[in-house]
Design a protein around this ligand. Structure first.
Ligand code: 2BA
Length: 109
């Protein structure tokens, strides 16, 4: 058995959860925050049998789109080493970031 941890954008989460449920996957949704953008994203926990892993990753890939987002970083102001000014940068976020873990034991009461 595997546990898929998928970090996706909030905009894709509803459609992805509906798609996964329709295909018979069990899904748990967590509201999470990205460390870099400090903006909300969604983490899904999906427990599944090994032979459904490819299907699961394929569905995530089909639903989740990558998007450009503006983030702000700080750069030193000229002539000082202690004062910083905000500077906009563009980053590409997702599709999805996926971790696949092997599950030692799965118990349900
Ligand atoms: P964030 O940490 O908010 O990162 C959002 C996007 O910012 C990233 O998209 C990446 O394009 C960019 N980014 C992140 N760190 C950067 C840096 N040091 N310099 C320049 N750009 C940077 P994704 O790579 O698609 O990641 C989307 C979200 O997935 C992340 O949100 C984070 O919540 C999660 N994530 C990504 N890699 C992870 C990892 N190795 N471990 C845990 N969570 C991860």
């Amino acid at each position: 058995m595997k546990l898929v941890i998928a970090i996706v954008q909030d905009e894709d989460s509803s459609r992805l959860i509906t798609t996964m449920m329709d295909e018979g996957f069990g899904v748990t949704k967590l509201a999470t925050t990205g460390g870099f953008l400090k903006a909300g994203n969604t983490t899904l926990l999906i427990g599944l049998e090994d032979d459904r892993l490819e299907q699961c990753v394929g569905l995530i890939e089909k639903v989740c789109k990558s998007r450009r987002q503006i983030a702000s970083t700080n750069i030193p102001m000229s002539g000082t080493s202690t004062m910083y000014a905000p500077y906009p940068i563009e980053v590409t976020v997702g599709g999805a970031t996926i971790f696949v873990l092997s599950v030692d034991q799965f118990v349900k009461f």
